[in-house]
Design a protein around this ligand. Sequence first.
Ligand code: ADP
Ligand code: MG
Length: 236
Amino acid sequence: MTLLELKDVTAAYGRVQVLEGVSLSVPEGGAVGILGANGAGKTTTLRAISGVVRTGGSIVFDGQDIRGLRPDQVAARGIAHVPEGRGTLPNLTVRENLQVGAYLRKDRRAIAGDIDYLLDLFPNLAARISHNASAMSGGEQQMLAIARAFMAAPRLLILDEPSLGLAPSTAKSVYAAIRRLREESGIAMLVVEQNAHLAFSIVDTATVLETGRSVLTGTSAELKGRDEIRRAYLGG
Ligand SMILES: Nc1ncnc2c1ncn2[C@@H]1O[C@H](COP(=O)(O)OP(=O)(O)O)[C@@H](O)[C@H]1O
Ligand SMILES: [Mg+2]
């Protein structure tokens, strides 16, 4: 079953039209990538879903039109967004960040269980449970941002360039954790990534954006086999 469906989504910042027609769909439990050059509109597509920019077209989540909802309303429907850059509260500790992530939940036992699970998934966070988020490395902050989003118990996790600014080995371990999270939780994911090698390590299908339009959609295997994708995103 389809969990999220975007059809001909447009978006603008003030009068500047940035998305001209983005269509994509994420199946229940599936993982979908968005690839594209800098400025193609990847972040704006995620912001359109989260209700942060004014949008046109249609955005249907779990059978209901969510276009035009406020960000807090979108979050309450079960979409957690890890933004580009840092998605943590810098002056709170790791544990406090995780607790804040669960603020809409009442199931105390399950919340405690999820925190234990995440500390097992991200041992670096366990080692720094009482440290302020701001005191951690970029990779650790990215792990915390993902963990915090997971604490909302979302049905869809949207991730904006989790590898941005990270050393290659750190980016790899972040992706290994995302992959495990996906396998163990069955949570659906929509992942923006410039590094297609990393994206293809977790997604089933991907959509390529060019200047605010989706121009190509396919399975990871299909896309990896295409010359233009290899040249543009896979380094040959
Ligand atoms: N807050 C903003 N105000 C005006 N233009 C913006 C804003 N954010 C992004 N843009 C423009 O929108 C386009 C798409 O940006 P973005 O969605 O961030 O691309 P990507 O994430 O693919 O790099 C770019 O041309 C960018 O300059
Ligand atoms: Mg971006």
